[in-house]
Design a protein around this ligand. Structure first.
Ligand code: AP5
Ligand code: MG
Length: 189
């Protein structure tokens, strides 16, 4: 079982690199952001709740997101592994993931930290906002997302270092070059 946490600030390339990992290793992908955006599109109660947080660049409450994660995990059958994209985002979520996997006789194999300078993150997200229009890709909300990343999410770097799962990935460069570094790290497992 390959359980990969793909980690990084907003715009660091988690979704982009997850697609390549799925293609090469044939594992399931769960992006909590994608799940929430689908709920918003479908107009569900969860979607309505999620929209309030996402538009403000804030995180949803841990209990809510942990429940979503658990039910998505249970929906995968005969899985070769999972790539967790955008989860965990807080220490409480990381601890919940550890318990959830342990209950299934598994553990996180590796945490890939896509490291990208802040000016590049801003450039990428502003550009995407202009092209495809994700509601939270505007300068004001991006700034809030980055503040939330630094205060609530980046402490997970030390948490995963302590777990012995941390792998730094240079997240600046071509998509192919970054994927080559990721694949090298996964192939060593
Ligand atoms: P989420 O959807 O996870 O958004 P995010 O973390 O802000 O990150 P993005 O999806 O914007 O970026 P990415 O790292 O996937 O980069 P991508 O590959 O798209 O979360 C959204 C919201 O949902 C949160 O703010 C929160 O409200 C809520 N939420 C989600 N999970 C939660 C959780 N666990 N707990 C609580 N709340 C939660 O790339 C970005 C752009 O850059 C693209 O246009 C791409 O084409 C481009 N790009 C990628 N790689 C490169 C490269 N190498 N060079 C140049 N451009 C590149
Ligand atoms: Mg994403």
């Amino acid at each position: 079982m390959l359980n990969i946490v793909i980690f990084g600030a907003p715009g660091s390339g988690k979704g982009t690199q997850s697609a390549r990992i799925v293609e090469k290793y044939g594992i399931n992908h769960i992006s909590t952001g994608d799940v929430l955006r689908a709920e918003i599109k479908a107009g569900t109660e969860l979607g309505k709740t999620a929209k309030g947080y996402i538009d403000q660049g804030q995180l949803l409450p841990d209990e809510l997101i942990i429940d979503i994660l658990a039910s998505t995990l249970d929906s995968f059958q005969d899985s070769k592994g999972v790539i967790f994209d955008g989860f965990p985002r807080t220490i409480a979520q990381a601890e919940a993931l550890k318990v959830m996997l342990a209950e299934r006789g598994q553990e996180v194999s590796i945490m890939l930290d896509l490291d990208v300078p802040e000016d590049e993150l801003m450039t990428r997200l502003i550009k995407r906002g202009q092209e495809s229009g994700r509601a939270d890709d505007n300068e004001e909300t991006i700034k809030k997302r980055l503040v939330v990343y630094h205060s609530q999410t980046s402490p997970l770097i030390d948490w995963y270092k302590q777990e012995g799962k941390y792998q730094h990935i240079q997240g600046l460069g071509t998509m192919e070059g970054i994927f080559a570094e990721i694949a090298e790290a996964i192939d060593k497992l």
